[in-house]
Unconditional design. Structure first.
Length: 517
């Protein structure tokens, strides 16, 4: 266990004051909140402890590279929350809790770069809608999490966790292993207790996969439940932000502070009246009793042996808890993957051009970023190129029939004729699948090559999913994903919490250099 009781240098080099001995390793949101309410802990002391932990684990020691920036106002924000608490004005479950925010989400006064050197001048004047919600809930913005550059949408041979501005994020369970992406810094940072919780974003797998291979919990909400305004976009059809934490309880607490229908988000209209007042109320250990769950057998069959064994044990635990688990199948993802890529290319160009045109960066369009990357290739593109950028740049407006057909095809095949049809036909409360296999080695010449789980169908359908740890292979963790109908987050949280309490599979990382002999 790691205890903080000394002065260290923070992520940007300024000395932090010594803190009392505060053990932040695996400290939960609820435990921190109870201690602050009891007066035995303050938000400012907790924030300093996390800053010290970041300096010792992220900048030194294992050098995870999970944090790309520290909020220079973090201590001041924490002191303000302490003053409110002393005045009897605690705002709720997140009051005084320091969080990490992925570096593709606007935080006023801090660089928002998507990990790209091309956007080092992009310092937004206002918070993203979801960040404003978190501040209203009393959260402290601790810093920015590193990510796969441009959320893994610059080049087809990208390596997850690497960005030209932040370098390579490492997996805390084996430093030579891939942390998966693109929310790699958010998941690795939470796994290493650099913060209790973090915000990630997902278009297809970028919360679920890094949460799985870093041994933590990640929830991808229904598209629209969390506002996308102020997030560097990929796809208006599939993008969402979501919470990452070490436990389902922590994720539920963070989700409650993030949600809120945003009338200026095109998907926000569907979310009006759909958010729960809070999600910790659904942490029910008996939630699986009497429920009918579908197991994606074709994904399980193609999984690693260790993943298969852990899934079999998880299914047995669910049945013992009173759930009915039946084998089910979905259409092959290849039926919609081509249409999905067309959608992403069209929407990326349209969304990024709109974001850049209205922002403070000197880069005002995708075309300008492409030119900047070419002119600075040695720094910006040492390992992989920008073929996805170039494909997107060649696309036309969102009025083109090719786009409209692809959008309708992808959502129909994955949604109405895919996951939603399966849920209705088999009378299922949720579908489960392996999240992904153990982390693979970082390999710049080859790029990412991990085995994909079954989560993609929920990403394309725009429906929610949540992954929890269920086992490990030679010390490398992996998870199980629950997927459900639109706005079924309360039910999925209950199912995930119930299984988490039955299995208690998560083990903290030990930061080995490698797991190979």
């Amino acid at each position: 266990m790691f205890f903080v009781a000394f002065v260290v240098q923070n992520h940007r080099g300024s000395a932090q004051q010594a803190s009392p001995s505060i053990n932040v390793v695996d400290l939960s949101v609820a435990d921190a909140q109870r201690r602050m309410a009891a007066g035995t802990l303050t938000s400012s002391a907790l924030t300093r402890a996390y800053l010290n932990r970041i300096a010792s684990i992220d900048d030194s020691g294992p050098q995870l590279n999970a944090v790309i920036d520290i909020n220079p106002a973090a201590i001041k924000e924490a002191e303000a929350r302490d003053a409110e608490r002393r005045a009897g004005k605690a705002r709720g479950p997140l009051h005084g809790i320091p969080i990490l925010v992925k570096d593709n989400i606007d935080v006023a006064g801090m660089v928002n770069s998507a990990g790209s050197l091309a956007l080092v001048d992009n310092v937004p004047r206002t918070d993203a809608f979801l960040v404003a919600r978190l501040r209203d809930a009393g959260a402290v913005i601790l810093g920015r999490a590193n990510l796969s550059e441009w959320a893994n949408f610059r080049g087809s041979k990208s390596t997850s966790g690497w960005s030209s501005r932040g370098g390579q994020t490492k997996n805390p369970y084996a430093l030579d292993r891939n942390p998966c992406g693109s929310s790699s810094g958010s998941a690795a940072g939470v796994a290493a207790s650099l913060a209790a919780v973090a915000i990630g974003t997902e278009t297809n797998g970028s919360i679920i996969c890094p949460a799985s291979v870093n041994g933590v919990v990640g929830l991808k909400p229904t598209v629209g439940l969390v506002s996308r305004r102020g997030i560097i976009p990929i796809s208006a059809s599939q993008d969402t932000a979501g919470p990452i934490g070490r436990t389902v309880a922590d994720v539920a607490a963070l989700l409650g502070g993030m949600t809120g229908a945003d009338a200026r988000d095109p998907a926000g209209r569907e979310a009006v009246g759909k958010a729960a007042a809070g999600y910790t109320a659904f942490l029910n250990p008996g939630a699986l009793k009497g429920r009918r769950i579908g197991l994606l057998r074709q994904v399980l069959t193609s999984s690693d042996a260790d993943v298969g064994k852990a899934m079999t044990a998880a299914v047995a635990a669910m049945r013992k808890a009173g759930a009915t688990v039946v084998d089910v199948e979905l259409p092959d993802a290849r039926t919609w993957s081509g249409a999905e890529m067309e959608v992403l290319l069209f929407e990326f160009k349209d969304g990024l051009n709109a974001y850049l045109a209205s922002g403070p960066s000197g880069q005002k369009s995708l075309s300008m970023v492409i030119d900047w990357n070419r002119a600075n290739a040695a720094r910006a593109m040492p390992f992989f190129g920008q073929d996805l950028f170039e494909l997107a740049q060649a696309k036309g407006p969102l009025t083109e029939p090719a786009y409209l057909t692809a959008r309708d095809t992808a959502r129909r095949l994955a949604g109405q004729e895919g996951l939603l049809a399966l849920l209705a036909r088999e009378r299922l409360d949720a579908v489960i699948s392996p999240s992904t296999g153990p982390a693979w080695k970082i390999d710049y010449p080859r790029g990412d090559r991990g085995r994909v789980g079954g989560y993609g169908v929920a990403a394309v359908a725009g429906t929610p999913s949540i992954t929890i740890p269920i086992g490990n292979s030679r010390g490398l963790p992996f998870g199980l994903t629950f997927m459900g109908a639109p706005f079924s987050e309360p039910q999925l949280i209950g199912f995930a919490y119930s299984l988490e309490q039955l299995t208690k599979a998560r083990q903290p990382p030990r930061f080995p250099r490698t797991i190979d002999p």
